[in-house]
Design a protein around this ligand. Structure first.
Ligand code: AMP
Length: 404
């Protein structure tokens, strides 16, 4: 049987995709359909080192999936033969604590979680339905960003608000970036066979940023909440702040609560403070040229990341590993050093030179040889884990059918 999987990440106006063979090999095909819903929508295909772009005249999710199918059919030399489709789903609520094969009941469960992810989950449902319509004979699997954190205990996932609000509405911390944390956790167990009985802090620092504490490979605390807004300062998100600010902003600016929330989600973070960009690389360049606001934004980012790492570490009895991942975590020696500088009380000591010269895209250990905590840079690969979960569930379902 083929072990190729089409991995789909459907947003409200975009659809990212990749075809993987379930190994660390680079994707056989990858691309993105952008600006869906507008008259300028297009789709890119990257294969064998070449990139093509096509206009999407029917500018919806169905057209994007149809274009992927057409590309595969028209390029037999790419030798793509799919075993299944894996969908990234942002919110699985309390319903999904692991990846599942999609059926009508699962689709309804994903729809029901839309209340907590109103932009993402409806887009996922749309993407899944279109894929089912066009790749009907292939099994489809959903992999949830929230699932890894379903191991949190009640004292960690509950907000200190009236219990009735949890009972009646499921208002609680869910956490995100779970697929990335699970991937990193697997890598750590390959790097250190003792990891299964050890504790780690993982910092996923990208445009969205969060941290997670793991004990025996399971999530015991994380910084994001019922939505990805809680926790660290991010590219455009404020992260945690006094919730009263929401009504102050709405009143002062004469805007609705929803618009005020948009300010916290889309106009804050690195972008809001620097008034330059949400992009860490751009800010590092500006800071090097003496821009004070870029410097302030980066300082605030690092100090909040360190603060949240220290905070989730209070759920661990010891600390053996700290891992940096995500676009910033993997590529910014400056941010890594600033964060580690603030975490010396946790036993974190890095070799500045190893940190500066760590090769991009590779696993590195940057801690000092005598430090009690190993500090790692581990590139994340969420698509690979989605492909592997998809293959695993397909094989499991096939085995069950045959033994039935
Ligand atoms: P992600 O959301 O994981 O794709 O990460 C995107 C973030 O990573 C952006 O803020 C980028 O500026 C940042 N990033 C990528 N490469 C670098 C780099 N070489 N130095 C600093 N930041 C980087």
């Amino acid at each position: 049987m083929t072990d190729q999987v089409l991995v789909i990440n459907c947003g409200s106006s975009s659809l990212k995709f990749a075809v993987l063979d379930g190994t660390e090999n680079p994707p056989i095909l990858e691309g993105i359909a952008d600006r869906l819903g507008s008259e300028h929508s297009s789709i890119t295909f990257k294969h064998n080192g070449t990139k093509q772009e096509q206009r999407l005249y029917d500018n919806d999710h169905r057209a994007a999936v149809a274009a992927i199918k057409k590309w595969i059919n028209e390029h037999p030399e790419a030798d793509i033969s799919l075993a299944g489709v894996g969908h990234r789903v942002v919110h699985g609520g309390e319903t999904f604590s692991q990846s599942v094969t999609i059926n009508d009941e699962v689709l309804k469960g994903i729809e029901d979680c839309s209340v907590f992810a109103p932009l993402h989950n409806p887009a996922h449902v749309k993407g899944i339905k279109e894929t089912q319509a066009l790749f009907g004979d292939l099994p489809q699997v959903a992999v949830f960003d929230t699932a890894f954190h379903q191991t949190l205990s009640a004292d960690q996932y509950l907000y200190p608000i009236p219990m009735r609000l949890y009972r009646e509405h499921h208002f609680r911390k869910y956490g995100f970036h779970g697929t990335s944390y699970r991937y990193i956790s697997q890598k750590l167990s390959e790097l250190d066979p003792a990891y299964g009985a050890e504790n780690a802090l993982i910092a996923h620092l990208g445009n969205g940023a969060s941290v997670c504490a793991t004990c025996n490979g399971q999530s015991v605390d994380t910084s994001m909440g019922i939505t990805p807004l809680e926790g660290l300062m991010m590219g455009t998100r404020s992260g945690s702040l006094d919730p009263s600010l929401l009504s102050f902003i709405a009143d002062a600016e004469g805007i609705t609560m929803e618009d005020a929330l948009n300010v916290l989600n889309k106009e804050s973070g690195l972008k809001g403070i620097s008034e330059i960009s949400n992009d860490c690389r751009t800010l590092e360049t500006a800071q090097a040229q003496g821009d004070d606001r870029a410097q302030l934004a980066l300082d605030m980012f690092s100090s909040r990341a360190a603060k949240h790492l220290a905070s989730v570490s209070t759920n661990l009895s010891s600390l053996e590993h700290l891992v940096f991942t995500g676009g910033i975590g993997e590529n910014s020696p400056l941010i890594r050093e600033a964060i580690c500088q603030r975490l010396q009380t946790l036993g974190i000591k890095i070799d500045r030179n190893t940190n500066q010269t760590a090769p991009r895209g590779e696993i590195s250990c940057i801690s000092l040889a005598d430090a009690p905590v190993k500090v790692w840079i581990i590139p994340t690969n969420e698509e690979l884990l989605i492909a592997q979960d998809t293959l695993h569930l397909i094989n499991q379902d096939t085995a069950t059918t045959h033994s039935a």
